[in-house]
Structure formats: structure tokens, C-alpha cells
Design a protein around this ligand. Sequence first.
Ligand code: AHM
Ligand code: MG
Length: 332
Amino acid sequence: MQSFDEGITLDQFLMESGRAHSERTGQFVTLLKQVTLAAKMVSARVNRAGLAGMIGATGDTNIQGEFVMKLDVYANETIKKALEHAGVCCLVVSEEEEELIHVPERFPRGSYVFCMDPLDGSSNIDVNATIGTIFGVFRRKSPEGGRGDLGDVLRAGHELIAAGYVVYGSGTLLVLASKATGVNGFTLDPGIGEFFLSHPDIKLEPSARMYSLNEAYKAQWDDRLVDYVESLKAPGKGFSQRYIGSLVADFHRNLLKGGLFIYPATAKAPNGKLRVLYEAFPLAYIAELAGGAATDGRDRILDLEPTELHQRTPLVIGNSELVREATEALSG
Ligand code: AHM
Ligand code: MG
């Protein structure tokens, strides 16, 4: 795996890693650059979101119109446009859109399939809590130049060639993972509009003492989960709990500080809430490359083969020993 020094720009990193990566077409690097560009645009809009009400009060409808476009819609359109114009994708899957998105006829069709949750945690926008973009990249299976089809998308997670997320929080940080480069984090310097490598080669320790899940649903849990979570609270175990309710933010904290995240099956949501293609797969790919693990409470997430675009899955993800213990407890 190639290693990099802190402080280089994301562009420099992409150019160097492009040389190391097995995807040598240049198209792959262009794809990641376009995602970066879109991330900067979304970040700028997220930072201004709170101004919408103030500007509305001035009665300037044009400016207000621009501001009040829902942020998740804006993120979806911005990322899609960045990818379509660059001719790097044949297909996009988005949480915001029911159907598979084909790149319009007027653009060249590229080799990649992009699966995204354009703005995860969007129920947190109103309270200025951290939100983010999650994405995974497959190389197409269908013939080059064609429109692409469902077979390019409905496939096992271990076929991903890259994944990442952007968190729009107190700062904007982009985490990028691929087998050639491992997991690296880049912080946006808003003054000059560049991402700099700030978290090189992120690794998860085998264990940690933090768990994240929504305990308000306890009455709907399987008894095995109730017992497992109770066991974490035993005196002397030293666990603490954090739950933001924004997957990307909870995952990011756990990736940097260690922790176990669970969004289980519940009586009301027997398949859990989170989506396979653009939430569970990318984060599982990142977790594994960082030395962690992810299961659905029984099987490895990256071995799932979804049969529907917006399929859901329970998710147990984080430090490898914690995921193993939780999975044993849940499937025992
Ligand atoms: P959404 O698709 O409605 O945005 O829901 C996804 C979010 C995740 O970011 C988060 O982990 C989860 O919903 C929180 O759900 P809950 O409020 O049920 O704990
Ligand atoms: Mg989401």
C-alpha cells in the first residue's frame, strides 16, 4: 500500500495514487476529482444554510429561491451533474431517486457506477448538526460505451473499487478509501478551497470502549440484542455511549476514536433502516480497509448481494473485536 505525508493536497494525492492504482485509465482520478469539486460546492451551501431564514426576511425572492432549494436535493443535483459532465460514469444510484440514473445521451458514458447518499442525516440540518455525503464506486461489468444495466449495480460489496464520505461539520473532511491507498482523510481549507491530507492511513484498533445505537427502540429489539447491550453496561467494562442520529457522523467519530455502531433490525423495521448500496457497503468497505469489520448481525456486509436498489440491511460496524462479539451475540 502506498503511504503519503501529511499536508499534501488531495489533487497531488490523487495524481500520485492514480499512478499506483490498478484503475489506470485517468477516468477514475477524474471521477474522484469531480466528487471533490461537488463536495466543496455542497460544503459551501451547507455552511450558508442557516442564512436562508435571514435572507428570506429581506424579501429578495431570487436569492431566497436559491437558498431554499432543499439541501439534499441540491447535493443530489450537484454531484450528479459533476459526474455526468465528466463522462466518467454510466450509472448513478442515489438515495434521492427511486430509479437507476442513466447518464443522459448527450454525455459520454464512462466506466464507473457511482452509488451515493447525497446528504445523509438530513433531518439534522435544522439544528446545525453534522451531516454528510456517502459514496461507493464499482467498475462497470456491462460493455464499455453502453448504457449500463442493473447487473452493474446489484452485486456484492466486495466488488467495490473505492468508497468514501464527506462530513460537513465544524470543518469539512473527506475520507477516501481504496485498496491501493488505504483509508485517508482530507480537511478542506475553506480559505483557499483545497483539501489537505490531515488523517493519513487511518486505522481502527481491534477494540474500543464506545457504542452507538438508538436505545429508544429497545422494546422492539430481539432479546439477544437487549442482553448484549446490557452486558456492555456492566460495571468495570468502561463503555460510554454516543449517538448523533446521522450515520456518517456517528461512523466518522467511531473511525477516528474507536467504537461500535449498531442499527439493528427492529419489530417495525425487520430489515433495519440503512440502505445496502450507498450506506452499508461504502462504510463497510472503509471500515474493513481500516482494520475494522461490518456485519448485518450474522454475515459480512460486503458479501451481501442486494436484489433491489434501495434494499435495507441491519448494520453492525466498527472495531473488529467489538463487531465479532456483537455478531456472535446477535446470531447465537
Ligand atoms: P434518512 O435516510 O431518513 O436520512 O435516515 C438515515 C439516518 C442515518 O443517518 C442515521 O444513522 C439514522 O437515520 C438514524 O435513525 P434513527 O433516528 O431511527 O435512530
Ligand atoms: Mg442516509
